[in-house]
Design a protein around this ligand. Structure first.
Ligand SMILES: NC(=O)c1ccc[n+]([C@@H]2O[C@H](COP(=O)([O-])OP(=O)(O)OC[C@H]3O[C@@H](n4cnc5c(N)ncnc54)[C@H](OP(=O)(O)O)[C@@H]3O)[C@@H](O)[C@H]2O)c1
Length: 287
């Protein structure tokens, strides 16, 4: 576990409801959105617990956040390793009660776009293991502790694509749809214990994940803008953080359209976008 800076302010209590959580834990802090969230929350008097897999990038973002005055503790972890992740989260919570936990890590982009025949079983299991079980692995160690102290806020990053099955990545959409339903159920479960849950459902954000896609990215937001919007929605205790409004409206509309019409609209939108990965060569590579 790496610690940067010593301005922990230990003993003070955070106030998630005030929009000023003292201890914020973020998974996927090495990625585009996670880095932007970490930088957004980095401030004097705040404790940041950051994790990702890439140790070098994690160390760099920890340094950036410490330079902004935060007390940063980081650990390189894989969120599919429930035991290691859970042990770290509990240890972090023991030392400084977590006010805001952001389950942000995930895989997407070109890594989840299957060949025209659809995902292999192996790819499907990997996507669900990281995006769905990984998010649940992040929440479950902290949940009973937050319930016991009747305080805490959990934000789970899904995707607007979890509300619509897209031909380009059916299992990715399913993994994010599951996360959304999980967050909704969790919110209703823990409300009576004084906890808040925000489900984050972004459209395109300009990060390495979306940049890897060979397709149009309509209304793509810079990561910093997305982080500001997510933090503002969390601060007001929103159940959902959905953006941009154009995709939010489109997703809402599809509930009232015949499925065949939605299929047609999505197909037109995809035309010319090169939205599927090429079939692998016999040796497993692609041209
Ligand atoms: N970008 C978009 O357009 C978009 C849209 C909707 C939703 N989202 C969601 O937003 C979240 C952040 O995505 P991003 O755009 O910032 O993507 P990104 O730049 O690719 O970052 C993904 C992050 O997740 C981490 N991660 C992936 N697999 C992991 C694993 N097994 N264990 C631990 N960490 C793991 C990565 O860590 P390492 O790099 O260190 O391995 C990285 O920090 C994801 O949940 C994504 O699905 C993104």
């Amino acid at each position: 576990m790496a610690t940067v800076s010593a301005a922990s302010g230990r003993g003070k209590s955070g106030d998630p409801a005030s929009g000023k959580p003292r201890h914020v834990l973020i998974t996927g802090a090495t990625g585009g959105l996670g880095q932007a969230l970490a930088a957004h929350y980095a401030a004097p008097g705040r404790v940041l617990s950051l994790t990702g897999r890439d140790a070098a990038r994690l160390s760099a973002i920890a340094d950036t956040c410490a330079a902004r005055g935060a007390h940063v503790v980081s650990r390189a972890l894989d969120i599919t390793d429930a035991e290691a992740l859970g042990g770290w989260i509990v240890a972090r919570d023991e030392e400084d009660p977590i006010d805001l936990l952001i389950a942000n890590a995930g895989i997407g982009g070109a890594a989840v776009v299957p060949p025209p025949g659809g995902e292999s079983g192996e790819l499907a299991r990997r996507i669900l293991a990281v995006n769905t079980i990984g998010a649940i692995n992040t929440v479950t160690p902290a949940l009973p502790r937050m319930i016991a102290r009747r305080r805490g806020h959990i934000a789970i990053v899904g995707s607007i694509s979890g509300s619509i099955g897209m031909a380009q990545s059916p299992v990715y959409c399913a993994s994010k749809g599951a996360v959304q339903i999980y967050a909704d159920g969790l919110r209703r479960l823990v409300r009576r214990h004084g906890l808040r849950v925000t489900c984050v459902l972004p459209g395109f954000i300009d990060t390495p994940m979306s940049r890897s896609l060979d397709m149009p990215r309509p209304w793509c937001w810079p990561a910093e803008r997305a982080a500001r919007r997510i933090a503002a929605d969390i601060a007001r205790g929103a159940s959902r953080s959905i953006f941009p409004w154009q995709l939010r409206a489109g997703i809402g509309l599809q509930n009232y359209l015949p499925a065949a019409l939605t299929d047609f609209i999505l197909e037109i939108g995809a035309r010319g976008g090169g939205w599927t990965n090429p079939e692998p060569d016999e040796d497993g590579g692609t041209d």
